[in-house]
Design a protein around this ligand. Structure first.
Ligand code: MET
Ligand SMILES: [Zn+2]
Length: 767
């Protein structure tokens, strides 16, 4: 019998129980015990669900209160000194590392003020991990034994699990040296780390774990020789230790072929590969694994929501069985299911036809089990038959094709993707229009999404508020944001985005060709979850999407208000894309819809238009090569198609966050002004990389994921550092990103301090 395996299950709970519990704890509304209890309930529910679905290999330690990489940093004591000096409880240290902590002194406790660690995108997904940061005075040691505790918890329920941990090489390679320790190559810490892995693996074995899954997704990257060598070294080392559980090395999100040499001959029991993303690696992989090693065939998509094609997948797995024998093959999800929504059964509003085409995490459990049964010769013919019907129906669905959209994409030419004049000339034409001071201040778009906003939006969605009443409410929010910005004297204003539930969903809901979920949440980072819309067909814009709000905002102030849109690549990346046409085509369809919106905004008198592309980096193919070079061209072109229909006088802004950006890539967009997340980069090299960015740029000055409020002095010293490298006349002053997750009080203070700092420098430079 071929076994089925799931590499990890979403940990947010079917109704976002984890978010609610975590935020209640942060807000001091509940105790740590309450929070721990919710975590335990979610784990129990997830394990039972998988057991009941018939999954053979179920993961444990896939749960986390914040992030699985951060969990490891805490487990291995990779905790920078700034977090240890307050004597916080371990869970609070974890949260402080994830999101920063600022607490006033009380009678019994001193004040706390620490910034968060850097947060970066997990490979090419919209999940963010907290980057391990290796400082000078590091003492590796085990803090607790989370993987063992959770293994035992499942065991007590009668469920044998396979604990999952990020493997040592990926853990180090995804980390970075602290700014005082820049000469350090994290990989050089491997020797210190391996004994700790051994210690925790030994404990797992003692607790009864027979197998563990060590995730080494860095195997799908272009690895330098020393990292490949580290893989060999690490797993050879584990092979030399007595009494460890069997190890499966899991790679996902791409092809591992260029790194297969490092895997050959390793003393592990098996490997997992992602054949959804990279089916072409099959022959090489089969040739590389040893005679007794198992192959876990990742064939059920952990990153998208389309129903599996059982016939096709079964054929694929059969090939593996033919080569290796049934006892050496496992049918698995391609990656953890963390990246998919929990349960399609929760979608009561979804069109019934579309629902037949989708599969969420809970449904995917059934998929791995069915494929495993099918290839083992069990009779699942009825399930296979209805699956074949759904797959055929989808390809013939009326949701999909729109000839006018296809024709328009075919008509895109160079002129459509080029501004009328190069930047210097545009700048000359724009300056008299805007008359901005040196160090112009602005924000990235959103202002606090208060409870009041959410309540009113819900009422409107439920029909308890008329369209007029809702519009009135939104306008009053816009007015409040405008007045606030005038009061603290920002230079370029925003309307605050109160009408938007989410920067992609909001536009998706207005575009033809999209479908939406009501409960399809996916963790993005910490307690922030997103509900990616689903691209189901050719995309077009029936009518203007954002003009009304922008025009209203501009009508009530003399200062310039930026029109605010989400760019084509971000719309694509933060949706579940179609898998029946390529992503480039979907991006161009979006670009054309946005081009119409940009042009409409301009026609309505909006003179600055920001088109956000925070996801541009995560779309970059993980390896160098033709596919990546092509992406760099088409992604930039899609942005320019969206933004090049305006006159030279209209100023185009763009914004990027939470990734290591490539300045060349940003240049290719040719936006007049860009803002990039910067506050946690802590790295002079990163400033230098953007030094010769030809257009104007704002390096984010404070972390919007943290409730922490930087002082004016802190802003001044940050700007001072930047100005050592960066030309003042090109420099904008702004936060890292939008403020929607922040409270009003923090927002008021942080922005006030930021504006004060800008004014300080204005004076300095006028002298
Ligand atoms: C993740 S990027 C967010 C940009 C958007 N305009 C906002 O401020 O919320
Ligand atoms: Zn952002």
């Amino acid at each position: 019998m071929v076994q089925s395996a799931v590499l990890g299950f979403p940990r947010i709970g079917p109704n976002r129980e984890l978010k609610k519990a975590t935020e209640a704890y942060w807000n001091g509304k509940t105790s740590v015990e309450d929070l721990l209890k919710v975590g335990k309930e979610i784990r129990e529910q997830n394990w039972k669900l998988q057991k009941e679905a018939g999954v053979d290999i179920i993961a444990s330690n896939d749960f986390s209160f914040y992030d699985q990489v951060l969990d490891l940093s805490v487990l291995f004591n990779v905790i920078p000194e700034r977090y240890t000096k307050y004597q916080l409880a371990q869970l609070d240290v974890l949260f402080a590392m994830g999101r920063g902590l600022q607490r006033k002194a009380t009678d019994s406790e001193p004040a706390v003020d620490v910034t968060a660690l850097e947060m970066v995108k997990w490979f090419d997904s919209n999940y963010h991990y907290v980057r391990p940061t290796f400082g000078k005075n590091l003492t590796f040691k085990l803090n607790g034994q989370k993987p063992v505790d959770e293994f035992l918890e499942a065991k007590a329920l009668g469920i044998q699990t396979r604990p999952v941990l990020v493997g040592p090489v990926s853990y180090l390679y995804l980390g970075k040296a602290d700014k005082d320790n820049l000469e350090l190559d994290p990989i050089s810490l491997l020797d210190q780390l391996l004994p700790l892995y051994t210690e925790i693996l030994t404990k797992l074995a003692a607790a009864g774990a027979t197998e563990v899954q060590l995730d080494e997704p860095t195997l799908v990257l272009d690895l330098p020789a020393n990292v490949q060598a580290a893989i060999k070294k690490a797993y050879t080392y584990f092979g030399q230790q007595a009494n460890l559980p069997k190890i499966t090395i899991a790679s996902y999100f791409g092809t591992a072929v260029p790194n297969l040499d490092a895997l050959k001959g390793l003393p592990v029991s098996g490997f997992h590969f992602d054949f959804v993303r990279a089916p072409e690696q099959f022959n090489d992989v089969v040739a590389a694994i040893g005679p007794n090693q198992t192959l876990s065939v990742g064939i059920v998509d952990g990153r998208n929501i389309w129903k599996n094609n059982f016939a096709k997948s079964s054929d694929f797995v059969q090939q593996a069985i033919a080569k290796l024998g049934a006892d050496r093959v496992v049918v698995a999800t391609s990656s953890s299911l963390l990246h998919t929504p929990v349960d399609l059964a929760n979608e009561s509003k979804l069109d019934a036809e579309l629902k037949n085409y989708f599969s969420f995490a809970t449904q995917k459990l059934g998929e791995v089990v069915t494929i495993a049964k099918n290839v083992s010769g069990q009779d699942v013919s009825a399930t296979l038959k209805s699956n074949a019907t759904d797959i055929a129906a989808r390809s013939n669905s009326s949701f999909i094709n729109d000839q006018a959209v296809k024709d328009r994409v075919a008509s895109i030419d160079a002129k459509m993707s080029t501004r009328a004049a190069p930047f210097p000339q545009r700048l000359a034409e724009q300056q008299p229009v805007f008359n901005l001071p040196l160090f112009p201040t602005t924000t990235i778009g959103s202002f606090p999404q208060t409870k009041d906003i959410r309540i009113n939006r819900n009422k409107f969605n439920k029909g308890q508020l008329s369209a007029e009443e809702y519009e009135k409410f939104i306008n009053s929010e816009i007015e409040r944001v405008i007045r606030f910005q005038e009061e603290i004297d920002l230079d370029v204003l925003v309307h605050g985005e109160p009408e938007r539930n989410d920067m992609v969903q909001y536009f998706g809901e207005q575009l033809k060709g999209y479908a939406f979920t009501t409960n399809g949440w996916v963790q993005s980072y910490g307690s922030r979850y997103v509900r990616p819309p689903i691209i189901v067909g050719d995309l077009s814009r029936p009518k203007a999407m954002s003009v009304k709000e922008s025009v209203y905002a501009q009508s009530i102030t003399k200062k310039h208000v930026k029109g605010m849109l989400t760019g084509p690549i971000t719309c694509l990346r933060w949706s579940f894309p179609r898998d029946d046409i390529d992503q480039q085509t979907q991006a161009y369809q979006l670009a054309l819809a946005l081009r119409d919106e940009v042009n409409d905004l301009e026609a309505a008198g909006i003179k600055i238009i920001q088109v956000d592309e925070p996801a541009i980096r995560e779309g970059l193919p993980l390896r160098a090569g033709a596919e990546r070079s092509a992406y760099q061209v088409w992604a930039a072109e899609a942005f320019r198609v969206a933004t090049s229909g305006v006159s030279n006088k209209t100023q185009i802004h763009s914004h990027f966050c939470y990734s290591d950006l490539d300045p060349n890539h940003i240049k290719a967009l040719d936006a007049d002004v860009v803002s990039i997340e910067f506050s946690k980069k802590d790295d002079a090299n990163y400033i230098a990389e953007f030094k010769d960015y030809p257009n104007h740029i704002g390096l984010g000055l404070f972390d919007i994921h943290s409730p922490r409020i930087p002082s004016t002095e802190e802003f001044i010293s940050k700007i001072e550092t930047i100005l050592k490298t960066y030309p003042a006349e090109k420099f904008w002053v702004n936060p890292d990103c939008g403020l929607k997750t922040r409270g009003w009080e923090e927002t008021r203070l942080s922005l006030t301090h930021m504006v004060e700092a800008a004014k300080y420098f204005r004076k300095q430079y006028q002298k």
